[in-house]
Unconditional design. Structure first.
Length: 267
């Protein structure tokens, strides 16, 4: 079996494990250890330079096969990340907090989230896909003093996220809502928007937000192309009459990259 076949073969166990761990999820029991291990292993697989080279060496037929599997892995890993955040939130609330490598990788990405479009205390940040353990909201609010609104359509995640921010973010200007971006009352006041890389409909939401947001808004779209597309929904073309890509922040050692957009008429 050649290196390419080994590469493709290494993806199937991840897919099977993600399915198994999703089925095992139980709010009342702590099954987090296996989940944390497989997510950390998957994160290391995604950021491995040798694996990246193998992806680039795939021929057209092999790429088609792997790309089909990538779609399945994106959705399964996104579900598992959401479950892992719920376990982490419950551990924190029970007084037993541990940080796994996946979370360290995410936290280290936040420093350069908006590139040259810096946040300050007057910024109002919208986080689309805030999850159960809203690290981004906490770090931004703590470091900049900005107001942060996190939204998620998962009721359980929003409830856990509120408890987490209540414990870790006392005094910080953070609000979490179970709603969609277009239904947010204060959407016109938002200065910066961050899309989670695991929100599948993020580009559809971006298109909807053009008419709802102010002309100065800056959007940070977390994404993953090529090998990183196994873990993140990839970059897509936008309507260039609405949005223009003004900067890409590529981070080879991190699990996602960042694309920055502003309204096209203002670039």
């Amino acid at each position: 079996m050649n290196a390419t076949e080994n590469f493709k073969g290494s993806l199937h166990p991840f897919s099977e494990k993600f399915s198994e761990l999703t089925e095992q999820y139980d709010q009342r029991e702590d099954n987090s250890s296996d989940l944390e291990t497989v997510i950390d292993d998957y994160s290391m697989f995604i950021t491995n330079k040798d694996n990246s080279r193998k992806w680039e060496q795939l021929d057209q037929q092999e790429f088609s096969e792997v790309n089909q599997l990538a779609g399945d892995l994106r959705r399964k890993s996104a579900i598992c990340v959401g479950i892992m955040e719920k376990y982490r939130a419950r551990k924190l609330l029970e007084g037993n907090e541990e940080t796994v490598d996946y979370f360290r990788n995410i936290e280290s990405c936040i420093e350069r989230e908006f590139g040259s479009f810096q946040l300050n205390a007057n910024s109002k940040v919208l986080l689309v896909g805030s999850g159960s353990f809203p690290m981004t909201a906490l770090l931004i609010a703590r470091r900049t003093g900005a107001e942060v609104v996190g939204i998620d359509i998962d009721e359980e995640a929003v409830e856990l996220g509120r408890h987490v921010t209540g414990k870790l973010g006392e005094g910080l200007n953070i609000r979490l809502e179970e709603t969609s971006a277009e239904n947010l009352d204060s959407i016109r006041d938002v200065t910066h928007i961050i899309f989670s890389s695991t929100v599948e409909s993020k580009y559809d939401i971006l298109d909807q937000l053009f008419a709802l947001t102010n002309d100065q808004v800056v959007v940070a779209m977390r994404y993953g192309n090529q090998l990183k597309s196994l873990f993140n929904f990839p970059l897509r073309e936008v309507d260039d009459r609405k949005w223009e890509l003004v900067e890409q922040i590529l981070r080879p050692q991190h699990i996602f990259d960042i694309a920055l957009y502003k309204k096209a008429s203002l670039v």
